[in-house]
Design a protein around this ligand. Structure first.
Ligand SMILES: [Mg+2]
Length: 242
């Protein structure tokens, strides 16, 4: 937005964060976790074999649900069945013979464990710094119902006034509704809110559309020169807080 001298910009009172690959990441990687579990249930596979298959199945599954619709409730049985269908897709693409049901139980438990989720080195200092400036914070995430437990396990819950999870509110980013839900709960206007996330569509475009100020977390520098307001690390958000 171009600066108009007659308009004084609204000071930022609130910072909302995406969760996955913004505040936290999966370590070992999902492909490694899948490879270990699959190998226990049949033919040995490496993370290197699983990785491209996992990524392709993920993006195909993403396309099957219209943008903004909560994928995890898009089929009977909810998120567990969504993950079951996803797993069957991965197994079939790998031509892997494992029995999917016990494997699903094992994988579902593995990803529920906060220990496979790690915060980025600068996550805590950033949350602390934003808090010290007297701003409120929230999470707005496309995730299944397990996110609050994971955030709890990582000791992050206390930083946030609210945690808005797509599978719980029934709507996904980039749909305006999920951002509006957060703004209502926080009792703030979009103009006073900075949204920080790593997805150009879900986070950047989604938050822009409701009038929030977007910041793209681009750790690998993949989006340089594309006109995004970008940070290479979370602690650079202070540059946008005045
Ligand atoms: Mg993300």
């Amino acid at each position: 937005m171009r600066y108009h001298p007659e308009m004084s910009p609204t000071p930022i009172s609130t910072v909302t964060f995406d969760a996955g690959n913004t505040l936290l990441f999966c370590d070992p990687s999902p492909a490694e976790i899948y490879a270990v579990a699959l190998s226990r249930h049949g033919r040995r596979v490496t993370a290197g074999e699983v990785e491209p298959v996992f990524a392709a199945a993920w993006s195909d599954f993403q396309e099957r649900t219209p943008t903004g619709i909560d994928r995890y409730n898009s089929r009977p049985g909810g998120e567990k069945q969504w993950w079951g269908a996803f797993l069957r897709e991965v197994l079939s693409r790998l031509e892997h013979e494992a029995d999917w049901q016990p494997l699903l139980e094992e994988l579902y438990a593995a990803f529920s464990n906060p220990q496979v989720w790690k915060v980025f080195p600068e996550t805590l200092a950033t949350l602390e710094g934003v808090h010290r400036r007297g701003l409120q914070m929230a999470v707005i995430s496309n995730w299944d119902r397990r996110l609050p437990e994971i955030l709890d396990g990582l000791g992050l819950t206390g930083w946030f006034q609210t945690i808005v999870v797509s599978a719980i509110v029934g709507i996904e980013k980039p749909a305006p509704g999920i951002f509006m839900r957060a703004l209502e709960r926080l009792d703030v206007r979009p103009e006073e809110t900075l949204h920080v996330g790593d997805s150009p569509l879900e986070d950047y475009e989604g938050s822009t559309a409701v009038g929030m100020t977007p910041v793209l977390v681009d750790r690998p520098g993949s989006f340089a020169g594309n006109g995004y307001r970008r940070v290479g690390s979370l602690d650079e958000v202070f540059n946008f807080l005045g």
